[in-house]
Design a protein around this ligand. Sequence first.
Ligand code: PGA
Length: 250
Amino acid sequence: MRTPYIAGNWKMHKTASEAEALARDLVRSLDREAKKVMIAPAFTALGAVKRCLEGSHILLGAQNMGPEEQGAHTGEVSVLMLKDLGVEVVILGHSERRHKYGEGDELINQKVKLAVSHGLDVVLCVGETLEQRDSGTTTGIVEEQLRRGLNGLGALAQVTIAYEPVWAIGTGKTATAKDADDTHRFIRELLARLYNQKEAEEMIIQYGGSVKPNNAAELMAMENIDGLLVGGASLTADSFVPIVRYDAGS
Ligand code: PGA
């Protein structure tokens, strides 16, 4: 049985005080949810949000991380700094990191291994662009991102995969639940080949890309969709709370 895992990626939104206010609202509304919930504010708000989450079961995530423990990396934030702030999860390989900031699979893999070796959980994002989808290479792209992103990682216990078709992020276009589920199934089968059946069966595979309160239940009703990575709709309690509370039976 895979526990549903709903995550909010706040991207480059909210000052520390704004983030704190939203975190307080979410703790009030969501603390009794049986699902696994994570929120990932900007680096500058991590400390303030952590204080709001004290005693709550909502997990604190970061949106990225530097590739080394410390050193001459101007503008980067290290795994040690994140852990010191109480961060439990880090999102890596988000398509905005890949496409706007040129992060490649090798760098992402370095970060994945570093985070895991320090005991952080990782949400590893993969997904194809519209061009790649139109040329029929979705599974090839996703396979390469997973093979290279997980290269050298012995076990999957600390890893969640987020499948986010790039063309669906922030565009209002969602993959149909059936199309998303097909890719999720492909990912699970690939993980069974790369690792083993048991780990693949237990793996949480989130869908991301224009998730809203009105499509969460339909997506989560699919056999291989175990969670959601939510961007825009995670920025207010009014939209994020109903997503977390989706009822797949409805
Ligand atoms: P979106 O973003 O929900 O705004 O499409 C999802 C994401 O980038 O994780």
